[in-house]
Design a binder for this molecule. Structure first.
Ligand code: NDP
Ligand code: 2IT
Length: 444
């Protein structure tokens, strides 16, 4: 059995019942086969792959908190500090009822590759909890966040591990967690990113993932003699990433005709109204039915279905494994030209392979959604320098970083004879950077 296959088998055996983690590792190892096999003896002797797929540290803790009626609840929380070869652990925190250790491990593993691709000095990590912020009062969210941080504070720090938001964690949650960290540690430092603008946040961080997704998509289309202008675009999700992806897609001349949440989706042939979407989701925290109720051209459908709406470009921006093989077949049959992942691992391996086989341009999340974490590093830089940059300065840098990432994966794919395979390009370019740093630092 080859070294790559041995390591995959080890991951499955040592991490039972963690299918998302197995999936993330399987996809990366498949791309790395050519690179590893060229240098197999050296990597195997150093157990490089075993170290790459094993988190440096995994924290699991309980979070007790009291609701508005005096009832005590207990949630399960995680922080996986995956790889610090190229910088302090960096990655978001997710609050969603389906969070478990395997999901946080898959996200931390992906994050390490993504962070390497940005060219910035950050390692990979991720955290989360099976707490559901939906339907909770502000006071309950605060009570939960304070209890969560009362345990996590001892393991993080501006030069150790810097969390941020993810699903279910936005400026409100970051504010409560940052406040509790500062109170316990008595230090005002850039320990969190995605902070509010009045206490160290960066202009452009809220928009960064969605905007960055479109900057990378634009670079990918241009490299293939295509353009966003006039294209029909289907977006899934209606959260932070989806909203700003839709906004930038429209600014670049695209027509965005869908958004979705976990209950259903909106099909709006007149084009998504971004200010209405923001009012419904960011201000009122309502469901998409409220969008449909406020707009004549919008039709609300219960359940899944965005991938059946005809489009030129598909942007999955909700969650993992939301785009399956049958969805990929529908998209290809309807003439879809390009897919760019705003979410982390939204497309299954089978669906990704189907896109590649059918020559659909495909930008994997670890490259395409890296605008968020890149801007987090811009926030960390501003915090260290005690400065704040203008929106235009940040936006210009995001654009530079995203076009740089695209060039990086395009070149990596070409140099291994896999021209246009940006999945392989991203995995190889990310691996090369992490592997070099790990080999140089010895057995740690
Ligand atoms: P939000 O919480 O702001 O929004 C998430 C959206 O996805 C909501 O519309 C939500 O619907 C939907 N969703 C979440 N879980 C599910 C599910 N299990 N099934 C169907 N729909 C679901 O999160 P973000 O926009 O921040 O994150 C979206 C994706 O982007 C995630 O994969 C995240 O890891 C990734 N990402 C986020 C970055 C960031 O900076 N925020 C950076 C890079 C990647 P509902 O409201 O009904 O739950
Ligand atoms: O998946 C991601 O890249 C994020 N949730 C953002 C991480 C960050 O540290 O900004």
């Amino acid at each position: 059995m080859s070294y790559v296959d041995q390591v995959y088998e080890m991951v499955v055996n040592k991490n039972p019942a963690e299918p998302e983690f197995h999936q993330a590792v399987k996809e990366v190892l498949a791309s790395l086969r050519v690179v590893i096999e060229a240098n197999e003896a050296a990597y195997q002797r150093e157990a490089l792959l075993e170290r790459l797929v094993t988190p440096e540290r995994q924290l699991v803790f309980r979070v007790p908190w009291v609701d508005d009626n005096g009832q005590v609840h207990v949630n399960n929380a995680y922080r996986v500090q995956f790889n610090s070869a190229i910088g302090p652990y960096k990655g978001g925190i997710r609050f969603h009822p389906n969070v478990n250790l395997g999901i946080i491990k898959f996200l931390g593993f992906e994050q390490g590759f993504k962070n390497a691709l940005t060219g910035l000095p950050i390692g990979g990590g991720k955290g989360g909890c099976d707490f559901d912020p939906k339907g909770k009062s502000d006071r309950e969210v605060m009570a939960f966040c304070q209890s969560f941080m009362t345990e996590l504070y001892r393991f993080i720090g501006a030069d150790t591990d810097v969390p941020a938001g993810d699903i279910g964690v936005g400026a409100r949650e970051v504010g409560y967690m940052f406040g509790q960290y500062k109170r316990i540690c008595n230090v005002y430092e850039g320990v969190f990113t995605g902070k509010g603008l009045s206490y160290g946040g960066s202009l452009g961080r809220k928009e960064a993932t969605g905007f960055g997704l479109l900057y990378l998509t634009e670079a990918m289309l241009r490299a293939n003699d295509l353009d966003i202008k006039g294209k029909r675009i289907v977006v899934s999700g209606a959260g932070n990433v989806a909203i700003y992806a839709a906004q930038k897609a429209i600014e670049l001349g695209g027509n965005v005709v869908t958004v979705s949440d976990s209950s259903g989706y909106i099909h709006d042939e007149a084009g998504i109204d971004i200010s209405l979407l923001k009012e419904v989701k960011e201000v009122k925290r309502e469901r998409l039915t409220a969008y449909a109720a406020a707009r004549k051209s919008a039709v609300y459908h219960e359940g899944k279905g965005v991938w059946g709406v005809r489009c030129d470009i598909a942007l999955p921006c909700a969650t993992q494994n939301e785009l399956l093989l049958d969805d990929a077949k529908l998209l290809v049959a309807n003439g879809c030209l390009a897919v760019a992942e705003g979410a982390n691992m939204p497309t299954t391996i089978e669906a990704t392979d189907y896109f590649l086989k059918n020559k659909v341009l495909f930008a994997p999340g670890k490259a395409a959604n890296a605008g968020g974490v890149s801007t987090s590093v811009l926030e960390m830089s501003q915090n260290s320098a005690r400065l704040s940059w203008t929106f235009a300065e940040v936006d210009t840098r995001i654009k530079q970083i995203m076009t740089g990432i695209f060039a990086n994966l395009d070149n990596a794919a070409k140099s291994y004879g896999m021209d246009g395979n940006y999945v392989a390009g991203a995995n190889i370019a990310g691996f090369q950077k992490i592997a070099e740093a790990m080999m140089a630092q010895g057995v740690v």
